[in-house]
Design a protein around this ligand. Structure first.
Ligand code: HCA
Ligand code: CU
Length: 392
């Protein structure tokens, strides 16, 4: 069921701020929050207000913007943190504490008994404050399952709204995540959130399998930015969900905003949108080989699972290569308004292939060949110098 009915917790303004290059001014935070709100994410997660005075101020500012999306702030499982969090006016508080032996020994030093007691104290206080409350176990995948189930069940019993599974080090496989979430689903009645890092390349697949196992909320960040190489990316999750159900995904989010959102955040953090980024990478809708081009020109669905027009984008057929085919060259000639016979197009295609066997071609090179041949063809027919080019 969760595959049709899930919420995105967009954490660019929390996990994303942990990306090495990220420094967000207040104005940039407001811009990112506003863009994500218009896109339609259900929640925004903000940096823990105790991190710095400006973080606290920004949290209050964003919580009071009157966005449609709910605002959440991240906190440690600590009374001092959650009191300040509630004071910022956010709709909800995302509490987290490490449960793996690594974090218990080398980070906060608490035993599982102490964690269970503390979690109950913090969560029950938060529940009196009228905010949405989530409790998550950091490094869930390297925690003893019986430990995390024990603490999840304890907070579920006192009425927490959501528990979170966090693959903090990106070690989980899709099957492992599915099985863990499925087991958790059978043990708690509250909602389940998944937060997955991408160290071993599974963040999107893991988020998807968490939903398949019964999770209701997925954490994302724009372009996946976060600690190390980041988490499930917003665009990647959207691409995955669209591949399953285009109509539901189009109805849920303003997909034509993704391009601007990815590029705006990339600019703010000083990176390029990767060439192979889901949906918005520069080659995401580019077809090259002649066989692909021919079929796509006949029917784009032959080689496209995502329709570029649904994201406000265009497909591009690459012709400037030795892999091209005459259908692609013909399409380019038509774009340029050139009238050439199929025989001529086939001859030009052979010429392009020969040229690109010796060096890399640009689209300009192809266009030059096309214009040149069109001119010669016209001269041959009319015996004149006038190029046979439609008015442009
Ligand atoms: C971290 C914390 C966290 C928290 C996830 C959560 C993680 O920075 O280590 O709140 O569920 O990956 O565990 O981002
Ligand atoms: Cu994280």
């Amino acid at each position: 069921m969760s595959l049709e009915n899930y919420s995105i917790i967009e954490s660019t303004l929390r996990e994303g701020e942990q990306f090495v290059n990220a420094f967000f001014t207040t104005a940039q935070k407001i811009r990112i929050a506003t863009l994500l709100d218009s896109f339609g994410v259900e929640y925004l997660e903000l940096t823990n207000p105790v991190s710095s005075p400006q973080s606290r101020q920004d949290c209050t500012t964003i919580a009071s913007l009157g966005l449609k999306t709910k605002t959440l702030t991240h906190t440690r499982c600590h009374m001092d943190d959650v009191k300040i969090a509630v004071d910022t006016g956010v709709d909800g508080v995302d509490v987290v504490i490490g449960t793996s032996s690594y974090l218990r020994e080398f980070s906060h030093g608490k035993s599982m008994d102490q964690i269970v007691d503390l979690a109950q104290e913090v969560i029950s206080w938060l529940l009196t404050q009228g905010v949405e409350v989530r409790f998550s176990t950091e490094d869930s995948l390297r925690s003893d399952p019986s430990d995390i189930f024990r603490v999840y069940e304890a907070v579920d019993k006192i009425g927490v709204h959501r528990v979170g599974v966090a693959d903090t080090v990106g070690v989980g496989s899709p099957l492992q995540i599915y099985e863990l979430v499925k087991e958790l689903r059978s043990r708690v009645s509250c909602d389940i959130e998944f937060h997955g890092h991408n160290d071993s390349g599974c963040a999107i697949a893991n988020a998807y399998m968490a939903l398949a196992g019964g999770a209701t909320h997925i954490d994302t960040s724009v372009l996946g930015i976060g600690e190390r190489n980041g988490i499930t990316s917003l665009g990647g999750l959207v691409a995955r969900m669209y591949a399953d159900n285009p109509e539901a995904t189009k109805a849920k989010y303003k997909l034509n905003m993704l391009h601007d959102i990815d590029h705006a955040v990339a600019k703010i953090v000083g990176i390029d949108v990767p060439f192979n980024n889901y949906i918005t990478g520069f080659s995401a809708f580019t077809h090259k080989a002649g066989i692909h081009a021919k079929a796509v020109l006949n029917n784009p669905s032959t080689y496209e699972i995502l329709k570029p027009e649904d994201f406000g984008l265009k497909r591009y057929i690459h012709v400037a290569s030795r892999l091209t085919g005459w259908n692609a060259v013909k399409d380019r000639a038509e774009q340029l308004g050139l009238e050439l016979s199929d025989a001529e197009i086939k001859g030009i295609t052979a010429e392009i292939k020969a040229l690109s066997d010796t060096h890399s071609l640009t689209l300009d090179d192809v266009d030059t060949v096309l214009f040149d041949r069109a001119k010669k063809a016209t001269q041959a027919v009319n015996g004149t110098e006038t190029p046979l080019v439609a008015s442009t």
